[in-house]
Design a protein around this ligand. Structure first.
Ligand code: SF4
Ligand code: SF4
Length: 317
């Protein structure tokens, strides 16, 4: 059985990628499961989707814990523990990463000997949640890596899954998927089927192990109020709202009231301050600020700006 996990951010098309790959397997007479798992309710937040495909009946259920292939649409998720990208990977798991970095760089960073393959990421994207066709890039590459899906089955699957979006978009998705399919030609069959797990080998446990988590964040709110502050949802952000205090008119209530996460507080001088640990980057404040004093900038550009400011402040030793 093939077990494949797609990781990306809401908006990058990973659910569609899993549906396309599942349908392509189905075209090749496999039995298939595909399903998405959403972590949060907004664009840009980590999500994953998974596909099982087998020539025989599939009795496994639930998320895939030990994948044969992990396809990652956005390499910024790899270092985010909440995204769970590296969960359950074993020595034979192939990793496919949409990235500017080389396989060797990722092997070194992750200290892994696994096969790591790269699909070259787009150069200029302002908002990472807009990575164009990222899902289709991963679906096309995955189809080639398993070595049992033909070009026609892949194209038919895309037509079936996307036909409601019009022929122009379908054609562009087919072109993108087939382009990456061809790019992976030298690695066809790199992903092999994992071993079947027989239901007969299942032994019911004598006890149930509950994973221990930090009680500060895991305890039900009835026993520990305000635990949500411990979850740093700022990790989901792909665009950062930045207040230009020269233009802020200190109207004090607009941005802080409209922020759905209460991530903007107004200090005693009436100045708004954004809590970047908990701002999810929905950018409602940018749209609502009357004098347009809040700018949205890509998260990586904001980090570079911070580093530069820090470097100019730090005196030479
Ligand atoms: S982008 Fe603005 S409105 Fe949205 S969570 Fe962040 S501070 Fe709040
Ligand atoms: S809404 Fe705009 S002008 Fe008003 S306090 Fe917030 S940033 Fe300043």
């Amino acid at each position: 059985m093939y077990r494949i996990r797609f990781h990306g951010r809401g908006g990058q098309g990973m659910k569609t990628a899993s549906r396309v790959l599942g349908t392509a397997f189905f075209q090749e007479a496999f039995q298939v499961q595909d399903a998405p798992r959403y972590g949060a309710e907004r664009r840009g937040a980590p999500i994953f989707a998974y596909v099982r495909a087998s020539r025989t009946a599939i009795n496994e259920r639930g998320v895939i814990n030990h994948p044969d292939l992990v396809a990652i649409a956005d390499d910024s998720l790899i270092s985010a523990p909440a995204a769970g990208v590296l969960q359950g990977i074993g020595p034979r798991t192939v990793m496919l990463i949409n990235s500017h970095e080389s396989p060797e760089t990722w092997q070194h960073r992750l200290n892994l000997d696994n096969t790591i393959l790269i699909v070259p990421a787009e150069d200029a994207v302002t908002d990472r949640a807009d990575l164009p066709f990222a899902g289709m890039v991963c679906a096309g590459a995955a189809a080639r890596l398993v070595g049992v899906i033909g070009r026609e089955a892949l194209a038919t699957a895309i037509r079936e899954e996307l036909h409601t979006h019009g022929s122009g978009l379908v054609d562009r998705n087919i072109e993108t998927a087939l382009h990456t399919y061809d790019l992976m030609q030298d690695h066809a069959n790199a992903v092999t089927e994992g071993t079947e797990i027989s239901a007969k080998s299942y032994a019911s446990p004598q006890w149930i192990e509950l994973p221990l988590e930090n009680a500060g964040s895991a305890a039900p709110s009835i026993h520990a109020a305000a635990t949500s502050t411990l979850l740093k949802t700022g990790l989901w952000r792909t665009m950062r709202p930045v207040i230009d205090y020269d233009h802020c008119s200190h109207c004090w209530w607009v941005c802080s009231t409209f922020c759905p996460d209460s991530a903007i507080r107004v200090n005693e001088e009436g100045v708004p301050e954004i809590d970047y640990d908990h701002c999810k980057g929905c950018l409602i404040c940018v749209a609502k600020c009357p004098p347009h004093a809040i700018e949205a900038i890509p998260e990586n550009a904001a980090k570079a700006r911070e580093e530069k400011a820090h470097a100019t402040k730090t005196p030479d030793r």
